[in-house]
Structures are given as structure tokens and as C-alpha cells.
Design a protein around this ligand. Structure first.
Ligand SMILES: N[C@@H](CCC[C@H](N)C(=O)O)C(=O)O
Length: 329
């Protein structure tokens, strides 16, 4: 069969988007898993952090399913949702949409360019859950908010939250960021272990200045990525809880793939808490691949159309971010 692929990224967190909104591919669950494992391989012809399947929805404008590079399905993907927001907005000729995801229907909209010429989208990250069962995290307490988790570290403090995919966030200093602590700890919690039976996305956060943070994430099912949208949203919220940033105010979140903005809407007794994640949805190329679904690894690339202009604009933005980061990290 022939499958059309759109290669896109949000903050350098890159995806293969497959359109099932206007095309009838009819994948089984096993096909989706195999496609993710085969097409996302970095040493292969395509390579990506995950696949975004865009489907029809009965209750929203479209539905997004996200599969990590290892074939596991995630409940949410913030950077991916921005790419899906752009794709569906352009298909339907709209600027505001509702996208169905595994656990919530989320509002997305086109917004002012983050940097000249960069298509920018604001997406809702919710629900926000602190009860440890929602990750799940197996400890004898209801929540873990800026507290030690001695099984992982004797010195670091962690916050565990689901937005709604699971995140473990620690605010650290530069020496810890420069060390191999994050990699070792992330590999442990993402291998069979009793603390996080389903694994967890692990983010280390460095405070840069008021209203600005740097976030690096080891993603469940992938490894270190340039950026993780739900992690940057979760990290922004954690810095508000720690009193470093303020809710309802824009926070610049820097990452190894660029920068996004987050606005945290969180109030202790509020019925609904959420985070606005604002950033690019950049297209890299369109391609068609030929494969047999039971032999996904053996696919052939038919042709490619590249989006050179917008890719170049994003690269210019990234160099500005890198220059800034060299002065603060
Ligand atoms: N990169 C994503 C999150 C993708 C899913 C994650 N690896 C998980 O398994 O929860 C994002 O931008 O949020």
C-alpha cells in the first residue's frame, strides 16, 4: 500500500503525521504499533520521535492518536497537538478547533507568530492531576509535590503529575543538568520497575530568570528529545507552585529545539486547571511510502516535497535561542 506522510515538528520534537481524516487507511492496532517502530527508526529513511494519527471524530473536529517511537501509545502529546492543530485548521479552513485525544477533548487555535513567519498554535494542556494513581506512581502517599523520592535520589526533589500523560519534574542547578543523573534515573524509571509501572517522562528544569526556564526531557518510549510539550507545560506549572513563576502570566520555556510560551491557569480549588502551550507547528516535508503492513521495516520512499522556506525560518529562530542559551546555561 501507499501511505502519505507529513514530517513536522514542534520545538524540534519531530513526528510523522498520517492523515486518516481524508484518507481511508484502515490500520489495525498492531499496524499502528509496527508503523511507529519501523518508520521512526533514526537510522532509517524517515526517523521521528513518534507518529501522529489524525482521525475523524464523532464529537470534535478531529481526533489525534500519538504513538511513541517504541510503538507504545501515549495519551497526549503537546508538541504533536500543535502540528495536528495546524494540519486540521488548514484542512477545514478554520482557526479554532476542538481535538479529541485519549483522555480529553482539547481546544486549539491559530495564534500570533512566535517569531516572524513561524506558524504558531496555542493548545490546551489538561486535565492536570496530582494524585499519584493518575501516573501511576506506586508510593504510600497521595501526591508528590516538590519532595524527595529517595529510591531515585538522595538530594533532588521531585513533583509527579499527569497532564494527563505522566511526568516527573525536578528543578535543578547547572551542575546536575551537566551530569548523567537525568539519563540514569530516567532509564531506571522507564525499565521494568515498581515505582512507575507504566514508565514516566522525566524533566529537569533550570530557572533562568523570572518568567524564563529551560526544560530538558527524557521521554518515555523515546529517550531524550529536543523538547516535550506536555513536559514544558507540567514544568511551568511546577515552577509556579514553587513560587518562581506566576500563574496567568506568560512563561518563556527554552529547550534544545527552540522555545515555547506557557500560561498556567491553576487555582487550588478551581474545577478546571489547564496550561496554554504556545509554539510552532512546522512542516519539513511531505512524502509517500510504499510498504506492506506486515513488513513495515521494508518500506520504500516514493517522492518528497520539502518545505524549505519555513524550515529555514525555524532554523533562524533556533539560532537566536541557542545564542541566548549560551549566555544563561
Ligand atoms: N513529546 C510529547 C509527548 C509524547 C508522549 C510521551 N513520550 C509519553 O509517552 O507520555 C509532547 O510534546 O508532549
Amino acid at each position: 500500500m501507499i501511505i502519505d506522510i507529513l514530517k513536522c515538528h514542534g520545538s524540534g520534537n519531530d513526528f510523522l503525521l498520517i492523515d486518516e481524516l481524508t484518507k481511508n487507511y484502515r490500520f489495525t492496532e498492531a499496524d499502528r504499533k509496527r508503523l511507529a517502530q519501523a518508520l521512526c527508526k533514526r537510522e532509517g529513511l524517515l526517523g521521528a520521535d513518534g507518529i501522529l494519527f489524525v482521525l475523524r471524530s464523532e464529537k470534535a473536529d478531529a481526533r489525534m492518536r500519538v504513538f511513541n517511537a517504541d510503538g507504545s501509545e501515549a495519551s497526549m502529546c503537546g508538541n504533536g497537538l500543535r502540528c495536528v492543530a495546524r494540519f486540521v485548521c488548514e484542512k477545514l479552513g478554520k482557526e479554532q478547533l476542538l481535538i479529541e485525544t485519549m483522555k480529553a477533548d482539547l481546544a486549539v487555535e491559530k495564534t500570533a507568530d512566535l517569531y516572524q513567519g513561524i506558524p504558531t498554535f496555542k493548545v490546551e494542556i489538561s486535565p492536570v492531576l496530582f494524585n499519584v494513581e493518575s501516573l501511576p506512581l506506586s508510593i504510600n502517599q497521595k501526591t508528590l509535590i516538590n519532595e524527595p523520592l529517595v529510591q531515585l535520589s538522595e538530594t533532588l526533589k521531585f513533583t509527579a503529575l499527569a497532564v494527563p500523560n505522566p511526568h516527573l519534574v525536578s528543578i535543578v542547578e547547572q551542575d546536575v543538568l551537566d551530569s548523567d543523573v537525568q539519563e540514569k534515573l530516567s532509564q531506571f524509571v522507564n525499565s521494568p520497575n515498581e515505582l512507575f509501572p507504566d514508565g514516566v517522562n522525566v524533566s529537569f528544569v533550570k530557572r533562568l530568570e523570572t518568567g524564563a526556564i529551560f526544560v530538558r526531557t527524557y521521554e518515555r518510549g523515546v529517550g531524550f528529545t529536543n523538547a516535550c510539550g506536555t513536559a514544558m507545560s507540567a514544568a511551568s506549572l511546577v515552577t509556579c507552585l514553587n513560587g518562581f513563576n506566576e500563574t496567568e502570566r506568560e512563561i518563556s520555556v527554552y529547550n534544545n529545539g527552540g522555545q515555547v510560551k506557557c500560561v498556567v491557569h491553576f487555582h487550588e480549588n478551581s474545577k478546571k486547571n489547564w496550561i496554554d502551550l504556545i509554539g510552532n507547528g512546522t512542516y519539513e516535508y511531505k512524502a509517500s511510502i510504499v510498504l506492506e503492513l506486515n513488513k513495515c521495516e521494508e518500506f520504500k520512499l516514493l517522492h518528497e516535497v520539502r518545505y524549505d522556506k519555513e524550515t529555514a525560518l525555524y532554523t533562524a529562530f533556533q539560532s537566536e535561542v541557542k545564542t541566548y542559551l549560551q549566555t544563561v546555561l
